[in-house]
Write a protein of this length. Sequence first.
Length: 186
Amino acid sequence: MKILLAMTGATGVIYGVRLLEVLKETEHRVSLIMSGWAKETLSLETDYSVDYIQSLADTVYDNNDLAAAVASGSYGIDATIVAPCSMKTLSAIANGYSDNLIVRASDVALKERRPLFLMVRETPLSSIHLKNMTTVTEAGGILIPPMPAFYHRPKTIDDIVNQSVGKVLDLLKIPHNLFERWRSDQ
């Protein structure tokens, strides 16, 4: 499977990092786009370098390169993930405002009826956010806000991150053991 992972400047950049780390261990081909603010947020929220993050991907695209392969439906990305997804990016996707590669690639996923997963990050939510979420969902996108579950009794932040990342992998039908499933003891 060819998977595109895009990272925006929303808080929660660790979700994109962890997805890349897990996907690196699979046979799937992973392409990466990082917005300028994703790179800034990476330095604000983690000790990871941009070089390290980019080394986890098979291909890295510049967010300003609207002529990149992933800007065309004919390239054939099987699934697109935006993790984390800022409200700005959500708005651009919802309104078809493809002024950068992340939004264009998301638009391509929608128009080609391929999976688009958005790990939207914001709280509280305004009615504008909710309308944009509804628009994207009605167009075929799937929203996966990283909301922690506690049935698996997380003990660390990694446990919480892994559960949200695991939900994305479940939707991609990629096997994993990142968290204990509900009632897995029965």
